[in-house]
Design a protein around this ligand. Structure first.
Ligand SMILES: Nc1ncnc2c1ncn2[C@@H]1O[C@H](COP(=O)(O)OP(=O)(O)OP(=O)(O)O)[C@@H](O)[C@H]1O
Length: 307
């Protein structure tokens, strides 16, 4: 189990980035960390991996304390793997050689089988003999993930793991990778801007704002009951509106157009979203966004219902 006990860290004394963070993660569980750019997601991953000397607090993996560079010649903990945003691969050797570097040379058959297994997880079999310097950013990102898994870690830390990968590949890679980690009971912490990493694959979600943990719960609970606009806005467009003196925090799919209701609105714009249209409308001098199956004419009067 990972125990993060009241840790505080800043790159300088008067600018705290992680303010009194406190949480646990069980073996094999997946945690997503979300929050606006610069809120401290990468810094949290670095602290957990042992790349930073904390100002306060402790981090434990079972009975082992994670200690920072002050205590280690080579920073980083053996039982963790960390895939940073800059990958750190060896450019002049092939994809499979990059993975094999982390496997034992004394068992070449096992090493080859494991490399093939990981090439399959990252869907890079066709590139096994390609030099890393000739890969795209997204392909390098996938090799970095495979390399981190070569020597099975107990916990893998992934910083924006699919940030450079196109949507088509991203979805299938995400499914393969998270299933692989679950099958092998490898715990995982993902820093991400992508709600899909959290909603479909995480057991636990932490939201950071202003250097503090704002929410820590299962993703469904956080999505369904956002306590503030900052949280809801990480998942979708969000409406914060007052109707009949009552405050509402609503996702666009929670507002429907009906024949008759007490809430009348005027259409301002329709945005094509593929499977639906996002309608921008005005209600009592407030702007609302709602999902609808067809485009509407600007200026059209509509009636709304909150679901
Ligand atoms: N090496 C560093 N030295 C000084 N300040 C840093 C350093 N790395 C990050 N920071 C600062 O710490 C804060 C948190 O940065 P961090 O990279 O952890 O944010 P993040 O949430 O991962 O952002 P993003 O989503 O944009 O990747 C930012 O204000 C950043 O400028």
């Amino acid at each position: 189990m990972l125990q993060v006990n009241n840790i505080t860290f800043g790159y300088s004394k008067n600018k705290i980035v992680l303010d009194n963070f406190n949480f646990t993660l069980q073996k094999g569980e997946h945690l997503c960390v979300m929050g606006e750019s610069g809120c401290g997601k990468s810094t949290l991953l670095k602290a957990i991996y042992g790349l930073l000397d904390l100002q306060k607090g402790t981090i434990f993996w079972n009975e082992n304390q994670v200690l920072g560079p002050e205590f280690h010649l080579v920073p980083g903990m053996d039982f963790f793997k960390y895939v940073a945003q800059d990958f750190d691969l060896m450019p002049y050797i092939s994809v499979s050689e990059n993975i094999k570097k982390f496997l034992s040379r004394f068992y070449p058959e096992e090493s080859e089988a494991r490399t093939q297994e990981l090439l399959d997880v990252i869907e890079m079999k066709a590139f096994e003999n390609t030099k890393v310097k000739n890969l795209s950013g997204g392909q390098k990102q996938r090799v970095a993930i495979a390399r981190a898994l070569a020597n099975e870690p107990e916990l893998i830390l992934l910083d924006e793991p699919f940030g450079q990968i196109d949507n088509f590949k991203k979805n299938s890679l995400r499914r393969r990778l998270f299933k692989y980690l679950k099958d092998k009971n490898i715990a995982c912490i993902v820093a991400t801007h992508d709600k899909n990493d959290a909603l479909s694959f995480a057991d636990q979600l932490i939201i950071i704002r202003n250097n503090k943990i704002l929410a820590n719960n299962n993703p469904k609970e956080i999505y369904n009951n956002p306590t503030e606009k900052y949280i809801a806005a990480l998942f979708d467009d969000v409406n914060e509106i007052v109707i009949d003196n009552k405050n509402h925090l609503l996702y666009p799919h929670q507002i429907k157009i009906v024949e008759k209701s007490d809430i009348s609105a005027t259409v301002l714009n329709s945005y094509f979203k593929g499977a639906y249209w996002l309608i921008e409308a005005e209600v009592e001098n407030q702007i609302v966004f709602l999902n609808h199956f067809e485009e509407l004419e600007n200026g059209k009067e509509i009636n709304l219902k909150i679901c």
